[in-house]
Design a protein around this ligand. Structure first.
Ligand SMILES: [Zn+2]
Length: 280
């Protein structure tokens, strides 16, 4: 039992805090309905989901009976129909984490235990809980530029990643689902997975792509989308580019001056220039 709970433990990024704002309570009903609608589930499907709060990461690990990385901010336990989140006192962050974990529960209710890749699980949870930020784009752009993109398959081990790789992994899974959603309805893909009872078959039936074809297309899309972002949109690149141009300009000017003085010296030798006159 404990082992299965641990296997289904799903953690999410954000950090530790204290007070949970009442404002969130009023938003929960609307969020639940929106998430259920996205998966074509009855509107009341999340009404019996238990929501618990932890003071810190240690309490989160204790309440979920599992390993929680130090960057974890919440956990969804589909077997217990429960989510647990760390109170941060930041209403917007708490709302995002809450919606993220509720999305995991709704997705697992929809698919009723059918195994799915972690990137799809996390990407869909991100897709339905928050917006794709400039920071997300910058992370992906630099990973593309320095060839540090993690494979979607490696996201199975995200709980063992350090925080920077975990942030990149979440941004990648989010982007993969955004790319998928450009030409597919996520709820329809989930309908197909549920009816075939297999992720690969359901994914292919809904998208006309094997999961491996999708991986290949997504990697190509990353280069197309994010390399121009690096070149045009990131100040760090612009400063690096400006420094290189400044250096090149300095080298060219130095070479030009050396040639000019060499020419003057040659002219002085050819014409037997004497020492300058003293006009004082
Ligand atoms: Zn998650």
């Amino acid at each position: 039992m404990l082992k299965s709970i641990k296997n289904f433990s799903i953690v999410f990024l954000v950090f530790i805090g204290f007070v949970f704002a009442d404002k969130i309570d009023k938003q929960i009903a609307g969020s639940k309905a929106r998430i259920c609608d996205a998966f074509h589930l009855p509107e009341s499907s999340l009404n019996d989901t238990r929501i618990e709060f932890a003071r810190d990461n240690n309490e989160l690990a204790r309440l979920s009976y599992g390993y929680i990385p130090d960057w974890g901010a919440g956990v969804a336990l589909p077997d217990r129909n429960t989510i647990i989140i760390i109170k941060t006192g930041d209403t917007e962050r708490d709302r995002i984490v809450l919606n993220h974990e509720l999305t995991h529960i709704a997705l697992h209710k929809k698919l009723q235990g059918i195994p799915i890749p972690r990137w799809f699980d996390e990407g869909v949870a991100q897709y339905l809980s928050t917006g794709f930020t400039v920071s997300n784009q910058a992370q992906l752009a630099w990973a593309v530029l320095w060839r540090n993109i993690l494979s979607l398959q490696s996201l199975e081990y995200v709980n063992s990643f350090n925080i920077s790789n975990a942030e990149l992994a979440y941004a990648e899974s989010f982007d993969a689902v955004l790319y998928l959603a450009e030409s597919n309805d996520i709820g329809t893909i989930c309908d197909s997975i549920a009816s075939t009872e297999d992720f690969g078959d359901g994914f292919r039936n809904a998208t006309n792509l094997s999961i491996y074809d999708f991986y290949r297309r997504w990697v190509k899309h990353l280069s197309r989308r994010y390399l121009p972002f690096v070149l045009l949109g990131d100040q760090r690149f612009l400063w690096t580019f400006a420094s290189v141009i400044f250096l090149l300009f300095g080298i060219i000017k130095f070479i030009h001056q050396r040639k000019h003085f060499a020419k003057l010296r040659k002219q002085a030798d050819d014409e037997n220039w004497g020492e300058p006159q003293n006009y004082s």
